[in-house]
Design a protein around this ligand. Structure first.
Ligand code: AP5
Length: 212
């Protein structure tokens, strides 16, 4: 299995890029945020454990997240090319992946975006509750107001995209990020990416990096 992890702040564009790679290039896209939101919607035990942490912009405990990702990776064939979007978020999560031969990380792409841009991307984000497509009110608007281009469902704003929770998520990110960057840099797996560019330009750069 070839595992690439996407590191980066909330709003840095990890999900947007991972979705394109999965749609067009055969990658398996595992987003821990999407997995948790689906578990909450379906009232599964892991969703009930995670909800209050997510609503406040805090991280869900490592033990819960490591079990969740291990369960998602276990059934995948050895030949899979996997993008992990939103995992690892802490050094113990990164170590848990590297502990097992099957799930060792090949490379970590670090999405770098200035903070004011992150705040504006997150507070303007709208998502489709039905197919998961992501939009932005200004940068990537849907063709028809508040309506998903792909499936026609009404778009919503995520609970944790209000400005107060966005600020908390960015604080939490800053408290964990340097440790993760150092971890992957020490393992010679870190690739820094300027993610404050148009979506297609970033996609091209990621594809180049993944093919090297
Ligand atoms: P999660 O869902 O993973 O949220 P996040 O990391 O905060 O990331 P986002 O989804 O907000 O941002 P993104 O980088 O994917 O950006 P996107 O592409 O959507 O996690 C949510 C919560 O779950 C966490 O707070 C935590 O509680 C919990 N959790 C999840 N994983 C966990 C873990 N491993 N451990 C512990 N807890 C965990 O883009 C954002 C916006 O910008 C969109 O509107 C998009 O259209 C727009 N945009 C994207 N790219 C561009 C561009 N190049 N130019 C202009 N606009 C762009």
């Amino acid at each position: 299995m070839k595992i690439t992890v996407f590191l980066g702040a909330p709003g840095s564009g990890k999900g947007t890029q991972a979705k394109q790679l999965s749609d067009n290039n055969g990658f398996v896209h595992l987003s821990t945020g999407d997995m948790l939101r689906s578990a909450i919607k379906n009232q599964m035990p892991v969703g009930l454990k995670a909800k209050s942490f997510m609503d406040q912009g805090n991280l869900v405990p490592d033990s819960v997240m490591i079990e969740l990702i291990e369960e998602a990776l276990a059934p995948l064939p050895e030949t899979s090319k996997v993008i992990l979007d939103g995992f690892p978020r802490t050094v113990p999560q990164a170590e848990a992946l590297d502990k097992k031969a099957k799930t060792q990380v090949s490379q970590a792409i670090n999405f770098e975006v200035p903070e004011p841009v992150l705040v504006s991307r997150l507070t303007g984000r709208r998502t489709c509750p039905s197919c998961g497509e992501s939009y932005h009110l200004v940068y990537i608007p849907p063709a028809k107001k508040d309506t998903c281009n792909k499936c026609g469902a009404g778009l919503i704003q995520r609970n944790d995209d209000c400005e107060e929770v966005v600020r908390r998520r960015l604080e939490v990110f800053k408290s964990q990020n340097q440790g993760l960057v150092d971890y992957f840099s020490n393992h010679k797996k870190l690739i820094n990416l300027n993610a404050n560019q148009p979506v297609n330009e970033i996609q091209n750069q990621i594809i180049k990096a993944l093919n090297q």
